[in-house]
Design a protein. Structure first.
Length: 220
């Protein structure tokens, strides 16, 4: 996931062909990326505790064997798919995710999720895939959503998105609270030009500068 994020965030002269060359090579892209998506699909769907060579990187070299819990492994697979989809959104690589239907695997994960916060990542991935070239061809994920009527899963998604949005909002406020200051005795007297009559004002903590805020947001 970190590897993909680092590769895909760079600016390339020819994004599609350059990214393909870096990740798989023009001659092997179909085999490599198809296998990559198939591995992610299987992990998201089944997620049994297992030993495996590093996802996708095992194709390039023999990595160390890793043991990961079922839930953690499935979440990492979803995050890896998000990194790939969002980072390569303007390339042809995302089409490999539309050729292989991940919808059943994502919904299976939603149904088996243990906490509301776990629902957000699969829903985010589904949103990215459902909006990919939606005006240029019949997007299979949009068709899936149009026919989706599982009320239990829908309720889980709604609750998960709500909890995630609240967490994001709280994290933002903790870093940079830009809410307008409420009316106080001091602000009222200042408004009417009587600031000299007001009691001493408590110093308000200065907001972080742009670089500090960027670092704090990155740690959320």
């Amino acid at each position: 996931m970190v590897f993909l994020a680092c590769v895909l965030k760079k600016k390339y002269t020819n994004p599609s062909s350059d990214v393909i060359t870096v990740l798989a090579g023009l001659d092997h892209v179909d085999q490599v990326i198809s296998n990559f998506v198939a591995v992610l699909d299987g992990i998201i769907r089944n997620g049994s505790s297992c030993e495996f060579h590093g996802i996708f990187l095992s194709y390039c070299w023999n990595g160390p064997m890793l043991t990961v819990s079922s839930v953690d492994l499935r979440i990492k697979a979803i995050k890896t798919a998000i990194a790939m989809t969002s980072g390569a959104y303007k390339t042809s690589l995302v089409s490999y995710f539309t050729h292989r239907d991940l919808f059943p695997s994502l919904m299976k994960f939603v149904q088996e999720s243990e906490t509301p916060i776990q629902v957000f990542d699969p829903f985010l991935l589904l949103g990215l895939l459902a909006n990919y070239n939606k005006f240029e061809f019949q997007n299979p994920y949009q068709l899936r959503l149009d026919d989706f009527v599982n009320e239990t899963s829908i309720q889980k998604i709604v609750k998960g998105v709500g909890v995630s949005c609240a967490a994001v909002r709280n994290g933002y406020v903790a870093v940079q609270d830009d809410a307008p200051e409420g009316w106080t005795l001091f602000s009222t007297l200042v408004y009417f030009g009587l600031g000299a009559l007001s009691p001493s004002k408590k110093d308000k903590a200065s907001p972080p500068n742009a670089e500090e805020a960027k670092e704090m947001f990155a740690t959320l």
